[in-house]
Structures are given as structure tokens and as C-alpha cells.
Design a protein around this ligand. Structure first.
Ligand code: HEM
Length: 346
């Protein structure tokens, strides 16, 4: 009860401070001439201060009391929003710190994987024949998603880490210009990414429903750690389904929170925006780590993989080894699941 009274007292005091402050600056007289506003006005500032300590006033301010302001944006009547300090502490503390470990960690893991396993080669003899894996539209959608994501990732990381890493290197002028254009790019490309993720979902969801043989794939770790082991897979294996669902779910969360942050207060309160900012950064960092691994395996990490998104045509032997069930579906040939070549006719 006592704290409620204190809170009210604080609220009244702050209202007084703000009204007097605004009055002195000359902005308030017009706004307050309306009869209804006068009726709700707090008593004069001096009488409110009687018997009240400064401590009581500031504790009211701390609790976010709403004062009176004459400008249209009534949010200016909140002098201090204390949750903002908690938000800032999490953003600049654990979020940034754990984030840097996650990002550093994925590069270390991939370097280790490359040293131990090397490039995953096509085991069998190449056939010289190719089959179509992705059509031009699928590849355009992939590169729209990928291109926008890479720029979004780099410019987003600059917002979180740039002042501690790039600013000291380049100096304030260059860093300010770079960050300004980076932020513009980030805001616009967010929409391209949302389009890319939506189309990715529509194009590939039917190939990414979890199936029984995905379990086998995971139990054998996809054969990633053992040469010559290729658990059967249809168009997408278990690992690729993880990439797909990360893109759709992670991308969805990034798109939703991102739109909220581009249009602040249009759909969300300040407290919600602070939460969305933290979710946006945390999900982005996890997704960047996942996608860095995806980029590795789709380029230097595996012989023959890039062609799928480059020309759209993959070497038949590559397809037999990595997507044996898919090859059977599209070519009608039977693949020997142990030796990964065309099974002899029965
Ligand atoms: C920028 C460099 C990138 C490269 C070199 C790359 C490469 C590839 C390749 C070669 C494939 C086809 C794999 C196959 O045929 O089995 C693929 C598929 C795919 N990519 Fe990317 N990609 C990149 C970026 C991205 C980004 C940024 C995203 C999403 C944010 C993404 C999402 C996907 C998805 C969902 C698939 C289908 C599932 C899979 O194959 O893992 N890619 N990518």
C-alpha cells in the first residue's frame, strides 16, 4: 500500500516537473488551454514538492510514470523507461559475448572438420552424365535468399559488433558512412529476404517432411565422418531438412521481428520492441552459424555439390551416392545402396 502511495506521489511530482518544464520552454500554453486538460491537471508544482523528498520523486520517475507533454507524441512524457537499461545490458553483455563464441565456434569447427575429413569426394567412377536437380526458378529463388541473407548478415553484424571491431580500424568518418549505407541496405534487403524465404517454403516444403529414413541418416551422421558411407536419401537428406526448416522458421522469426523494428511503435510497444531486438539478434547469430556450415558443405566441402545451384545439373554418380532414392524416382534406374552404382538388371 505504502509503495502504491509513493508511486502516485512520484507520478504527480513528475507530472509537475514536466508541465513546468514545458511551460517554461513556452510550448505548453496552447495545449493546456483546452478545458478538459485543465480539469485533469495536477496541482501546482510547488505544493506537490512539499514534504516530498527528491528520492521519492526519482523513484516515481524510475517506475516509468507518465508525465504531461504538449507535443503530439505522448511517449515523450516518460522520462525514464528503466527496462531500457536491462535491454541494453543484455544486448551489450551476454548476447554479444555468447554470440561471438557461437560465430567463432562454427569457423573453428569447420576448420577442424576440413582438417580431419578433407573435401568429401565422389567415391565411385564419374559417369560424365548429368541430371537436372534444380530448375532456373528454384536457383533464382535460392540466390535471392542467399544473396540478401549474406548482405543482411554482414550489415547486421556491423550494427552489433562494428563499433568494437571496425570503428577502431577505419576511424569514425569511414565507419559512419559505411554503417549508414549498411543500415539502408539492411532495411531494404529484409524485404527481398522475406520474399526469398516465402518462395523457398512454397517450392520445397513437400520434399522436406521428416521421414523414417531420415532417422537412419542421422544415426549414421549422414556418412559425414566416414568415407564411403552414404545413407539413402530422397531429394533432401536429414541434414538438408534441418537447413530448410532453419531457413523457414529462423527466417520467419527474423522477418517478423525485423518488420516490427523497421516500423517502431506501429504494431508494438517499447517493451515488445526491446524483446524483438534481442530475439532478432540471437536468432540471426544462430542462423548465420548454421548457414556458414551450409555454405561450406555446398561449396568447398563437397565435390559436385555446387553444380546443383550453379548450372542446376549434377553428375549422376554424385546423385547416386548422396540421393540414391531420388535418383531411383527421377530416372527409374535402381541404385545399389551399398556400392552406389546402377544395380545390375534382374
Ligand atoms: C551464399 C552461399 C551459398 C551457397 C554456396 C549455397 C549452396 C547451396 C547448394 C549447392 C545447394 C544444393 C544442395 C543440393 O543439391 O543437395 C543449396 C541448397 C539450399 N540452400 Fe544454399 N547456399 C548458399 C546460401 C544459402 C542461404 C543464405 C540460405 C538461406 C538463408 C540457403 C538455403 C538453402 C536451402 C534451404 C537449400 C535446400 C536444402 C539444402 O540443400 O540444404 N543457402 N545451397
Amino acid at each position: 500500500m505504502a509503495s502504491v502511495i509513493k508511486r502516485c506521489a512520484g507520478a504527480l511530482l513528475l507530472a509537475g516537473v514536466l508541465v513546468v518544464g514545458a511551460g517554461v520552454s513556452g510550448g505548453v500554453s496552447g495545449g493546456l488551454s483546452a478545458g478538459s486538460a485543465l480539469a485533469a491537471d495536477p496541482p501546482p508544482f510547488n505544493t506537490q514538492l512539499e514534504g516530498k523528498s527528491k528520492g521519492e520523486m526519482w523513484s516515481g520517475v524510475r517506475q516509468g510514470v507518465q508525465g504531461l507533454v504538449s507535443i503530439p507524441d505522448k511517449r515523450a512524457g516518460t522520462l525514464i523507461q528503466s527496462e531500457g537499461e536491462a535491454w541494453r545490458a543484455v544486448r551489450n553483455g551476454p548476447l554479444s559475448e555468447y554470440g561471438s563464441w557461437v560465430l567463432g565456434g562454427i569457423f573453428a569447427l569447420l576448420a577442424l572438420f576440413f582438417l580431419v575429413r578433407g573435401r568429401i569426394r565422389i567415391d565411385g567412377r564419374k559417369t560424365g552424365r548429368t541430371i537436372q536437380r534444380f530448375n532456373a526458378f528454384e536457383r533464382a529463388v535460392h540466390w535471392l535468399t542467399a544473396g540478401s541473407f549474406v548482405v543482411l548478415g554482414v550489415t547486421g553484424l556491423n550494427v552489433l559488433y562494428g563499433r568494437h571491431t571496425i570503428l577502431p580500424l577505419l576511424g569514425p568518418e569511414t565507419f559512419a558512412a559505411m554503417t549508414h549505407y549498411g543500415k539502408l541496405a539492411h532495411n531494404f534487403l529484409g524485404f527481398a529476404f522475406i520474399v526469398g524465404v516465402t518462395l523457398t517454403f512454397v517450392l520445397w516444403v513437400r520434399h522436406n517432411i521428416p521421414e523414417r529414413h531420415d532417422l537412419v541418416w542421422f544415426l549414421k551422421a549422414g556418412g559425414l565422418f566416414s568415407k564411403g558411407v552414404h545413407p539413402p536419401a530422397r531429394k533432401f537428406n536429414g541434414g538438408q531438412k534441418i537447413i530448410f526448416w532453419s531457413t523457414v522458421v529462423g527466417g520467419g522469426i527474423l522477418g517478423f521481428t525485423g518488420v516490427q523494428l523497421i516500423f517502431p511503435f506501429s504494431f508494438a510497444t517499447l517493451g515488445e520492441l526491446q524483446l524483438y531486438q534481442l530475439v532478432h539478434s540471437a536468432v540471426a547469430i544462430v542462423m548465420i552459424a548454421i548457414i556458414v556450415a551450409h555454405i561450406y558443405i555446398g561449396s568447398v566441402g563437397m565435390e559436385g555439390a555446387f553444380d546443383a545451384m550453379g548450372s542446376g545439373q549434377v553428375e549422376l554418380q554424385w546423385a547416386r551416392e548422396h540421393h540414391s532414392l531420388w535418383v531411383e524416382e527421377v530416372t527409374g534406374e535402381r541404385v545399389d545402396h551399398h556400392h552406389h552404382h546402377r544395380a545390375p538388371a534382374e
